[in-house]
Design a protein around this ligand. Structure first.
Ligand code: HEC
Ligand code: HEC
Length: 454
């Protein structure tokens, strides 16, 4: 066997036995005919859509990799904290939100990831399905839970470079490389342009109903159900599984479309917020829209000036595969127009509904608070945070997460290093979007007060 073949085989085994999850795509603006949101929530929270990736024995014994001598009494809490998973607000056995009981390929007990691994966050200490998970360390999950032993494994690519962001895009590109356009298995693996430094911040699902296009780059049709099924490309899911589950994902999409943003839970200075509304009308609404109208605007990379890595990191080769594949053929079947991916040239200005709850900001999560987003010289260049979401971790003044300077001595452990957001690293630049810089301090404070009301 050549080196290349052996690497491919290793990678394939990795995905079959262990890994796989998804990227996610897309949505629709109103629930589609026959779809049912309540059924969707059931499916989302009760069913696994890929075979087990993590042996249950390892979920019980992961502490052996943490440098501990014995299993701590509060193991479940420490487990959630280490990997950045919230408690499940629905029946889920002993597992946290984002892990689902699922048989391993050889029939033993295991668990797999699901949509809520990334899309189940927590807010002020409470689990919140549909909010992006900005505490997650997906790299630690794959290194420490896919093994059956006391040594972390090496993953075929990086799942997370900095905690709270993930490489969902790389996962789609990687898994698509093992499929033909009709989704039948394909070997050898073909590189459709794999980049694992996009540092994606997971968007809140309640925006989907306002959007015509989805993802940071607006490159997918928000109505597409098949696009959000890319998650199912585990090598042991056959093409028939995709057909079979399409209606289930239509229901899941209906649930996503039923979500609303949470309300700011503290007092609001209404006189200030009223003045802030005018600042918003004048300086922000042309791109972000208002409560009544959302323009679905894409701003070219050169104009917005934020980190272009995410945009460039999904290449034409993947787009071409996607547009020839089952995923894009939704509407009128294989020979119809379908929901194609398209190049957009920039980033979509997202709706600002519930913006107080979705820090950190920008598509790469590089800016921890609204205050810093609206005053670019104030943005910290290197910082860490608690990765907890309690009231004490939340900054009500600046609106977002409290941050600290990183430890003076760079941590040796990769897990600790991932807790540091260093904006000089690839995919993590915090420049651009300087539209708040020219505001007076008074206008900015008014504007932030208004943003709390959305
Ligand atoms: C590994 C983490 C991860 C998993 C698992 C995951 N997603 Fe996502 N999802 C993301 C990220 C990151 C984005 C933003 C991608 C981008 O724009 O760069 C996203 C975007 C989306 C969007 C578009 C939102 C918008 O406003 O543009 C939808 C809808 C979505 N995901 C649905 C799902 C569904 C349904 C599942 C489960 C089948 C799922 N996702 C699984 C990480 C994940
Ligand atoms: C020229 C269009 C444009 C204007 C004007 C503009 N924005 Fe944006 N905004 C964008 C785009 C595009 C993004 C996404 C950039 C990215 O993620 O790289 C964005 C991102 C944001 C985000 C981060 C969203 C998130 O979920 O992370 C916030 C908050 C925001 N803008 C608020 C404002 C406010 C407040 C104003 C008014 C002072 C404003 N913007 C003016 C285009 C604009």
């Amino acid at each position: 066997m050549t080196c290349r073949q052996s690497r491919m085989l290793r990678n394939l085994l990795f995905w079959m036995g262990l890994a796989s999850m998804g990227f996610c795509p897309p949505g629709v603006r109103c629930q589609q005919a026959g779809a049912d949101a309540a059924r969707g929530y059931q499916a989302l929270t009760r069913r696994a859509f890929v075979p087990g990736q993590f042996p249950m024995s390892q979920i019980e014994n992961a502490w052996k990799l943490w440098g501990l001598k014995e299993k701590p009494a509060n193991y479940r809490d420490l487990f959630r904290e280490r990997y950045g998973l919230a408690e499940a607000p629905y029946p889920n056995g002993d597992l946290p939100m984002g892990l689902k009981s699922s048989r391993m390929p050889l029939g033993t007990e295991g668990a797999s990831l699901d949509c809520l691994t990334c899309h189940g966050g927590s807010l002020l200490g409470k689990p919140f399905p549909g909010l992006g998970n900005t505490s997650l360390d997906l790299q630690a999950i794959f290194e420490e839970l896919t093994t059956r032993g006391t040594k972390p494994i090496r993953t075929p690519y990086t799942f997370c470079n900095t905690r709270g962001t993930n490489e969902a895009g790389a996962t789609s590109v990687y898994l698509a490389g093992l499929r033909n356009p009709d989704l039948s298995p394909k070997l050898p693996w073909r590189d459709l342009g794999l980049h694992d430094d996009l540092c994606e911040d997971v968007p809140a699902w309640w925006h989907l109903k306002r959007k015509k296009t989805m993802y940071a780059t607006a490159e997918a049709d928000a109505r597409s159900v098949r696009s959000i099924m890319q998650f199912m490309m585990h090598p042991l899911n056959f093409p028939s599984a995709f057909e079979r589950e399409e209606n289930t994902f239509r229901d899941i999409q209906a649930w996503i479309l039923s979500l609303n943003p949470p309300k700011w839970p503290w007092k609001i200075d209404t006189a200030r917020a009223d003045r802030g509304r005018l600042v918003h009308r004048q300086h922000c609404a042309r791109c972000h829209g208002t409560q009544d109208h959302y323009p679905n605007k894409v701003i070219p990379l050169e104009e917005i000036g934020t980190d272009p890595t995410r945009y460039r990191g999904i290449e034409e080769a993947f787009g071409d595969f996607y547009n020839q594949s089952w995923f894009s053929m939704e509407k009128d079947g294989w020979f119809g127009p379908g929901y194609k991916a398209q190049r957009s040239g920039g980033y979509q200005a997202p709706p600002l509904d519930g913006i107080w709850a979705t820090a950190p900001y920008l598509h790469n999560g590089s800016v921890p608070t609204l205050e810093a987003l609206l005053n670019s010289p104030m943005r910290p260049n290197i910082f860490t945070r608690s990765f907890q979401t309690g009231e004490n971790d939340y900054d009500r003044e600046k609106v977002g997460w409290k941050t600290e300077a990183p430890p003076a001595k760079a941590p040796v452990s990769p897990l600790e290093a991932r807790k540091i957001y260093d904006t000089r690293q690839p995919g993590r630049a915090n420049g651009g979007h300087t539209y708040g810089d020219k505001l007076s301090p008074e206008e900015r404070t008014d504007l932030i007060e208004y943003l709390k009301t959305l």
